[in-house]
Structure formats: C-alpha cells, structure tokens
Design a protein around this ligand. Structure first.
Ligand code: C2O
Length: 489
C-alpha cells in the first residue's frame, strides 16, 4: 500500500461553466475538483486549506472510515467546521474498499456551489479488468445560477410550499451550453460555452464511472447507439447487466462498459432529467449533452440526434431490482428491526419541513455528536434528534422506510453499505417480497415516492454515522437524518 497526499485549497472563484458567470466554490481553482485516485488498501491524506471565508469540511462519500470515524467530514456529527484560513488534515486508509466514490463538502449546501470531486479506488483484482482499455469519469449534475444559500432560503419559506428549487441547467464534467437570452438582465453570459467531449478510439472499450453530484435531480444517462453493460454499483461488482439507459439518482454511482463498435462519427451522450416529481416547468429543462467523438471523425460536425427511445421498440432502462452481486455472500439474519416514516408537513412557522418519525434533525455545529460520544454524553441528546444507539457490536439492523411524500428520496448511509432487501409502492412493506438471498449492497438507494424500502446493514463500525436523504435541502439542514452510535470503542 502507498500513502497518497492530496492538497485541496477551497476558495470562491468567478467561473462560467455553461457560459453564465457566477461565483463558485472551487477546489484548487477548478470545478469539478481534482480527482482523488488511489489503490485498494492505500492510505489517503487530504490536506484541506480553507480559504472559503466560512467553515467547511470534506466528506469522502461511501468510505467506511473504519477506525477513523473522526475523519468522516460531517459537521455537527463527526467534527466542527474547519475555520476559515485553517488547514485540516484527513488521514484514513481505504482498507478493503474499491470502486467509484466521490468527495464533497458536508457543510450546509456548499457542495451545490462546487465543492465536489471524484474519488476512485482501483482494484488490482478487478474481475472485469481485461474487458476495458481505459477508464473515463463522467460527473453529472443539475446546476443553478444562484448561490445555494439563496436557493435554500427561498425553499424554507411558507411561499415555497415545499416545492424544490428548479435548476437553471445541468452539466457533464462541469460543462454545457446555456441560452443566454434566458439569463436575467445585467448578468454576464456567453452562448456556446462548449460541451464536454470524450474521445473514443474505434474498437476500444471504456469503463465509464458515472457519478451524480446533483442537488436534487435524478437523470437517465445514455449514449446514442451504444449499449452499456453495468458492472459496478457503489463499490460492489455486479453481474453483467446490458441496458440502454441508466437511471441515476443523487449521490449514486455506477460503472458501465461501453465499446466503440459503431461507425466512426460523433455521438450524443445525454443526461435527461427525470421529470416525474418536478413541477410542470420542468418540461422546459434541456437534455444535458456531451459529445462522444470517435478518433478520425470530423472535429466540427455536430452529432446527429438519435435518442434510444426514438428508434427502439423496447428501450431497456436499468431496473435496480435486477442488479445482482457478482460474488454472492451469505446475508446474516436481522437482530433488530426499525421503522422510519418520512413525512412532510408545516412546522409552527408555516414552513414545510421533512420529518422522520415526526422529528426533524438539527445539527449541533458547535458540539459534534461524535465528540459528545467520546465524552460519554450521548444519552443527553434530546430524543427529537433521531439518535439511535447501537451498543451491540455487529447488530444486524433492518430499517423499513415508509415514504408518505410525493417525491422519491435517495437515502445514503455513512460508514457502511446496506443490502437493499426490497422497495415497493404503497405504505405497507411487503415482507414476502424481500430478497434475502442475493440482494445488492450499496450506499445510496432510492425510496420510491409514496412507497417503501427495506435495507439491512451490520453495525460493526464504531462511530457516529448519519443516514439521510441526499437531496440538498434535506441533507444540509439534515432533515431526514438519523445517527448510529456505537459506543464500545
Ligand atoms: Cu454524500 Cu452525508 O453525504
């Protein structure tokens, strides 16, 4: 194993990823931030130089932090914010993990303003390694032209009625065009800022590592005329799964293999907003595109538009229920069962908030839960904060989520992966439909709108770890958050 050192300087810079100028929070002046790329078993040292003008913290999304829960990067949960003009060093070992991850600020809504990057752990024992020639990182995101604190403030008013803020655009690897005639007067905007371009060598195969870093949006990802084969989800190898389009929700990651087996030409890579739970205006949202350019194709000819659904009788979208682990493992029996009900309703000020079992979590940024746990104070936490304490090492926990909301919710667990035992419609869990034989293990899974999900995880990682909806309004204020405490350090 190697020790890899990364220096990340966080600061605000004026940029125009889609031609519209705004202030972004950048890492080393770039957006998205630099890729952290290491090998299985490596030690990762991240020196965060905070020049943002406000506190920040960096979370390595999906990393277990075994033995180092204090480096999980969650403000109010595992650490205080790194003050402005301070350096903080994260230092962890990725032990037996591999696959596609990302890192992002876990302070307020900062990641929406740009503090994101890919985190890749290469696996020398990758069973698919002979099937691709190169790797390509593809980061998808919705994109807003105003700073996220302004978005958030408008969300948390009675006037919003709990309707999520509507994105202005979307980006692939930090690029896209924007029609400047839609920009508000007085803004600085240039048309045709340029699309991301991926060069394919004819006949070669590529492992695309697709990461959705959105604030709110779920996408359908595809490349015209090219089938994809799913091989990994969030650190788990899957059996091959041939598809045309990949639905990918906030904070989820997939690896797919794509072969450059089409005639030499330019093709459209597309990321379509899944509009089901968006307001009607959403029909105005563009399809986010990038260019797949075969080496030898004309440089300046625009790719022809050929979305799968226009010419296929049956366009196969990935159905997450068909994901199967490549290596089957025995799933342990549950030793504890819990039910968590997601509901949205007005608080006393008339502001729509999210509740988990009727409590809405408020992070205590001055007194992080992990530090309280070390001080032996965990039983002092008010019950309204959804703190769950597991003091049996290795407890096997089933959580049944009941989602009474009209929107779906991508739920993420820190410090662990969970087996997705089942999802379904309606507010009654169908216990007979649960898959305990070969469920997929991941760290971010979507609870359907007006539906349920059951996941199982093993509480064997001492620390304080959140489970939360990753959509930014709920994550940042940590609405819909719970905590796992394991106190037998
Ligand atoms: Cu991607 Cu709590 O984080």
């Amino acid at each position: 194993p190697k020790t890899n050192v990364f220096d990340l300087t966080i600061k605000k810079v004026g940029l125009a990823p889609d031609g519209f100028s705004r202030i972004l929070s950048t890492i080393n002046g770039q957006y998205p931030g630099p890729t952290i790329e290491v090998n299985k078993g490596d030690r990762v040292i991240i020196n965060v130089h905070n020049e943002l003008g406000e506190p920040t913290a960096i979370h390595s999304h999906g990393i277990f932090q075994r033995g180092t829960p204090w480096f999980d990067g969650a403000i109010g949960q595992t650490q205080c914010g790194i003050p402005d003009n301070y350096i903080f060093t994260y230092d962890y070992t990725v032990s037996d993990q591999f696959g596609t991850y990302w890192y992002h600020s876990h302070a307020t809504t900062q990641y929406v303003d740009g503090i994101v990057g890919a985190l890749i752990i290469h696996d020398p024992d990758d069973p698919y390694i002979t099937e691709y020639d190169e790797e390509i990182i593809v980061m998808l995101t919705d994109y807003h032209h105003v700073e996220s604190q302004i978005l958030l403030e408008s969300f948390f008013t009675p006037a919003s009625e709990g309707e999520e803020v509507f994105p202005d655009n979307g980006l692939i690897n930090g690029k896209n065009n924007f029609n400047c005639s839609q920009a508000p007067p007085g803004s600085t905007c240039v048309d045709n800022a340029g699309l991301a371009k991926f060069v394919f060598i004819p006949k070669k195969s590529y492992r695309l590592r697709i990461i959705n870093t959105s604030a709110f949006s779920s996408f359908f990802f595809s490349i015209d005329k090219h089938e994809m084969e799913v091989i990994e989800v969030e650190g788990s190898y899957t059996k091959r799964n041939k598809i045309h389009r990949l639905p990918i929700n906030v904070a989820q990651r997939y690896s797919v293999i794509v072969t450059a087996n089409q005639p030499v030409d330019n093709y459209v890579m597309r990321s379509e907003f899944q509009k089901t739970c968006m307001p009607d205006e959403a029909s105005k949202l563009p399809v986010i595109t990038a260019i797949v350019h075969y080496d030898g194709a004309p440089e300046d000819s625009a790719p022809k538009d050929a979305p799968w659904k226009d010419f296929l009788e049956e366009c196969i979208d990935l159905d997450h229920k068909t994901l199967q682990p490549l290596y089957e493992e025995k799933v342990p029996e549950a030793t504890k069962e819990m039910e968590l009900v997601i509901a949205f309703h007005n608080d006393s000020l008339g502001i729509v908030k999210a509740f988990l079992n009727e409590s809405t979590y408020v992070p205590n940024i001055y007194s992080p839960s992990l530090l309280k746990a070390f001080a032996g104070q965990i039983y002092d936490l008010p019950p309204a904060r959804n703190a769950f304490i597991f003091d049996n090492f290795g407890e096997v926990v089933d959580i049944s989520f009941i989602n009474t909301d009209e929107g779906e919710h991508p739920f993420h667990i820190h410090g662990h992966q969970f087996w997705v035992l089942g999802t379904g419609n309606g507010t009654i869990v169908d216990k007979d439909a649960l898959n305990k034989v070969n469920p997929i293990k991941r760290d971010t899974s979507t609870i359907p709108a007006k539906g349920w999900m059951v996941f199982r995880f093993v509480a064997d990682n001492p620390g304080v770890f959140g489970i939360h909806c990753h959509m930014i309004c709920y994550r940042s204020i940590s609405l819909l958050s719970i905590f796992i405490f394991l106190i037998n350090f």
